[in-house]
Write a protein that binds this ligand. Structure first.
Ligand code: ARG
Ligand code: ZN
Length: 893
């Protein structure tokens, strides 16, 4: 085949038709042979009574399966009774109602796409969402076809003592030739994307959970024997999540057993298969010596996320894949509120908003921009995006805040009750919230249909004589692919007003306070038009507005704050998010001052910066009454990526060097305070992953990071000591990171020793090796690309393992701007080579790696041309996967 004779076609939402056939019962038999796996599937099919027949018979999906036989009601079909191609099996004469048996052979050992049934190290496992089930057997592989599953697995007893599938174990025993079998039955009808199978030599930990109605549920986490000591945190998180879902949403678990299996080779974080979640080891294993605080938090969040899907995704599922955010946006909202409840709410919110504003906003402004409910795609795997997940979360959060907690709970109760056992749409979700609240959410639904990040421009006027403050907010939204014009969004703007001594009382002209959301000093302005003016009356002084509290809507907000205003917000606002945001805004402005000097060719080494940033940070560091989590967050400078987002054209070098200069200037000015924080920390303290301890470590390591910019021998020594004495990975890797980044000549030897020691200590722990790769790949030192090339050849780098690819290639290309965007284009070429290598091995991973190239238009001309050339080089590959083709071709438009 020549390059793209047949270009992959886009699937359109408007073409959705309900299925012509339904599958009442699915019986699967897996024979896991030494070489191939034979899958026998018996489906009980009948026509869908609600659909008028098209007369085209029955077409099933199926890919990469070798057909052995097809029979209908026990009668074997001959070749001319069916049609078979690369993607389908068609039975033109399918009866109204029948039993279809297909036998096919698949080759899991050579399945490197990690979709369908595949091998990960010594075990077999599956990943079926979105369309992987069709690589296992012929099926109606679409989420609106729901069936009861019976699954029998037969395999060698010694090699694969554990045989698992969805639901309850109903039978097990021995088979011929040293083999054994297990039969599982899942009583809940489900779409094929929730199917799972695992066979392996696994150990497990076990616990029980008593549900609110008093049923005992067995909980098991399966891992390789060496990882048994890393399951405790996931188990605790699971039980917390089960309780929380009962308390917050009234949702109870519905099987007698809930299982989690950890696998090393996994494209994503984890998967919510009914009763048998399959996890990337990175999202389930945790112990203090090997796992950072962020890792602990990720495990808690992902375990909860997948568990919550049991209701938001499994019991109520998606009609089609355009509705993906129905389950993902809602479930991220559920896990984010859970994590906030378990830890520090402001910390969690700031983390989520930072990611959204840095990465989702970039996606929304680029060639892959799509609405929360897209209307077309070429490859659905490319739509597991920040927009579907994170912006989807923000949309649900806005709905929850608009309704208030009681009505929102009533609404979700109604949604679950109305649609239990159904495959539904985002419309259905919003309709349930409308029904309980009596609110008209028609305009709000534009958040689902229109892509792009709305921009709010805020202006104000103070009328001293009348004591009135006029606040005008205008909204616009830039064009996105296929959507040149946008209609105004329904935008909730949570806000308050600040006077010289704190919050001011709010009285809005012509508007009664809303008891759901307002108190005397806080209100939510609901924007529905292109422009609104609100008049606040009876004010004693000109206020500073505190806007978008808690980040009440996923928008960009522009208001001309003075630096003094920002300082007032930083120290005086009642909203933690706004205080943090003001600190970031002030830092951005000061860094931008230095960028101007950099562009003029000035020497940045001894540069003076705006003293207000220094003073604001000094106040933070000296105030013992402040929450340490807040201090750590406010002290951290905005990332280079976020700074880039603020620029019309991203000047990578200017951003990098100016940010570093500001960091150094702050370190010089605040050296006593920072040293005091660093020295006061008790490094011998036993590790606990609690919110307070995490905040304390994060503040102490932020202090270390500042102090290390001074290149002083004592700090390099302290850093080495921190590495050697650490009783936890958070402190160890923080120290390694500082040494890896240090420009000090005295750091060279220590760096080499520490990196070698680290690898020697942890070479048998893949997840720690990932951190070792990542920390080196993200070094800002100028030889990093050479180091990355060397690491690619290192035995620790497994070229087809997604975690290793993310740790080395992903980290270098996404989190190391100064080296990735090298002027000679060597960083781009490295990425282009990796994408082409992985295109045939693992298309999903290859397509994800393209992301940095999708942003090519945001950079200066020379870089644009180099990135564009890489995209063209990839596009010219004759056997481009659909996944890579979609991202590359859309980027080149
Ligand atoms: N549903 C999984 C989750 O909870 C993600 C599955 C992603 N699969 C994929 N092929 N992209 O988020
Ligand atoms: Zn999910």
């Amino acid at each position: 085949m020549s390059a793209r004779d047949a270009q992959p076609k886009a699937i359109q939402l408007k073409d959705y038709r309900p299925p012509e056939y339904l599958i009442d019962r699915t019986e699967l038999h897996f024979d896991l042979g030494a070489d191939k796996t034979r899958v026998t599937s018996t489906l009980t099919l009948r026509r869908n009574p609600d659909v008028t027949p098209t007369g085209k018979g029955l077409t099933l999906h199926g890919q990469e399966i070798e057909l052995v036989s097809v029979s209908i009601d026990g009668r074997t079909l001959s070749d001319n009774d069916y049609r078979l191609d690369d993607e389908t099996l068609t039975l033109p004469e399918a009866p109204e109602q029948f039993e279809l048996t297909t036998v096919g052979d698949i080759d899991p050992k050579n399945n490197t796409s990690l979709e369908g049934l595949y091998r990960s190290r010594t075990m077999y496992c599956t990943q079926c969402e979105a369309e992987g089930f069709r690589k296992i057997t012929w099926y109606l592989d679409r989420p609106d076809v729901m069936s009861e599953f019976f699954t029998t697995v037969v395999a060698d007893e010694k090699q694969f003592p554990v045989l698992l599938s969805n639901g309850n174990l109903i039978e097990q025993g021995s088979a011929d030739n040293g083999r054994h079998f297990a039969t599982w039955h899942d009583p809940h009808k489900k779409p094929a994307y929730l199917f799972a199978l695992v066979a392996g030599n696994l150990e497990h930990i076990e616990d029980t959970f008593t549900t609110m109605s008093g049923r005992d549920v067995t909980l098991k986490i399966f891992v390789e024997a060496k990882d048994l000591d890393k399951c405790g945190h996931a188990m605790t998180s699971l039980k917390n999540a089960m309780r929380w879902d009962e308390e917050q949403y009234g949702r109870e678990y519905d099987l007698d057993i809930f299982m989690i299996v950890a696998v090393d080779d996994f494209n994503m974080g984890a998967m919510e298969n009914k009763g048998l979640n399959i996890f990337n080891t990175a999202c389930v294993l945790a112990k203090p010596e090997t796992t950072t605080d962020a890792g602990f938090q990720r495990v808690e969040g992902v375990v909860a996320h997948e568990y919550f899907h049991n209701w938001s995704g499994n019991r109520v599922t998606c009609r089609d894949w355009f509705q993906l955010s129905l389950k993902e946006g809602f479930t991220v909202y559920r896990d984010a509120t859970f994590s906030a409840d378990m830890g520090s709410p402001t910390f969690k919110r700031v983390e989520d908003v930072s990611m959204l504003r840095t990465l989702q906003f970039a996606e929304d402004a680029g060639p892959m921009a799509h609405p929360v409910r897209p209307d077309s795609y070429i490859e659905i795997s490319n739509f597991y995006t920040l927009t579907i997940y994170e912006k989807g979360n923000e949309v649900v959060r806005m709905l929850a805040n608009l309704l208030g907690p009681e009505l929102f709970r009533k609404g979700t109760d109604l949604y679950f009750e109305r649609h239990d056992g159904q495959a539904v749409t985002t419309e259905d979700f919003v309709a349930a919230l409308e029904a309980v609240s009596g609110r008209d959410l028609t305009q709000f639904k534009r958040w689902y249909d229109q892509a792009g990040t709305p921009k709010l421009t805020v202006t104000d006027r103070w009328d001293e004589d009348a004591g009135e403050y006029h606040l005008t907010i205008a909204q616009t939204c830039p064009p996105t692919p296929g959507q040149p014009e946008k209609q105004p969004f329904h935008i909730p703007v949570a806000m308050g007003l600040l006077g010289s001594a704190g919050s001011l009382p709010l009285k809005i002209k012509g508007q009664a306070p809303n008891p759901e959301t307002d108190d005397n000093t806080h209100t939510v302005l609901e924007l529905t038009e292109a422009e609104h003016t609100f008049v606040f009356e009876q004010l004693p002084e000109k206020p500073v507005p505190s806007l978008l509290r808690g980040f009440s809507a996923p928008v960009k907000l522009y208001y001309g704050y003075s630096r003094d205003d920002l300082m007032r917000l930083m120290s005086g606002d009642s909203d933690g998010f706004c205080r943090w945001d003001a600190s970031q805004q002030l830092a951005i402005e000061v860094i931008e001052d230095v960028m101007v000097a950099y562009q003029k060719g000035e020497d940045l080494s001894g540069i003076t910066i705006d003293g207000r940033l220094i003073e604001a940070n000094r106040l933070l560091l000296q105030d013992d009454s402040l929450d340490k989590a807040m201090v750590a967050l406010m002290l951290s400078l905005p990332s280079e990526a976020y700074l880039g987002e603020q620029q019309d054209e991203i000047q990578v070098e200017a951003i990098h060097h100016s940010r570093a200069a500001v960091k150094r200037a702050l370190a010089e000015a605040l050296k006593p305070e920072l040293t005091q924080i660093y020295r006061a920390y008790d490094h011998g303290k036993p590790y606990r992953p609690t919110a307070d301890d995490i905040a304390e470590r994060s503040l102490k390591n932020a202090a270390l990071s500042y102090l290390m910019t001074l290149n002083e021998p004592e700090m390099i020594e302290a850093c080495e000591q921190q590495y050697r004495q650490a009783n936890n990975m958070t402190d160890a890797i923080a120290a390694v990171g500082e040494l890896v980044n240090s420009q000090a000549s005295g750091a060279e030897t220590v760096r080499e020793q520490v990196l070698a020691d680290f690898y020697q200590t942890w070479k048998d722990e893949p997840l720690v090796v990932d951190q070792w790769l990542r920390v080196q790949a993200t070094s800002s030192r100028s030889n990093t690309l050479d180091v990355v090339h060397e690491l690619e050849q290192h035995p620790a780098f497994e070229p087809n393992n997604p975690n290793k690819i993310r740790a080395l290639v992903g980290a270098f290309t996404n989190a190391n701007p100064i080296n990735f965007h090298r002027a000679d284009g060597a960083g781009y070429r490295f990425l282009g080579d990796q994408i082409l290598r992985l295109n045939s091995v693992n298309p999903q991973i290859a397509a994800r790696l393209v992301t940095p190239f999708t942003r090519w238009k945001r950079y200066p001309k020379a870089q644009q041309e180099l990135m564009h050339a890489e995209l063209e080089r990839i596009k010219a590959e004759p056997k481009l996967s659909k996944d890579v083709y979609e991202v590359v071709s859309k980027s080149l438009v």
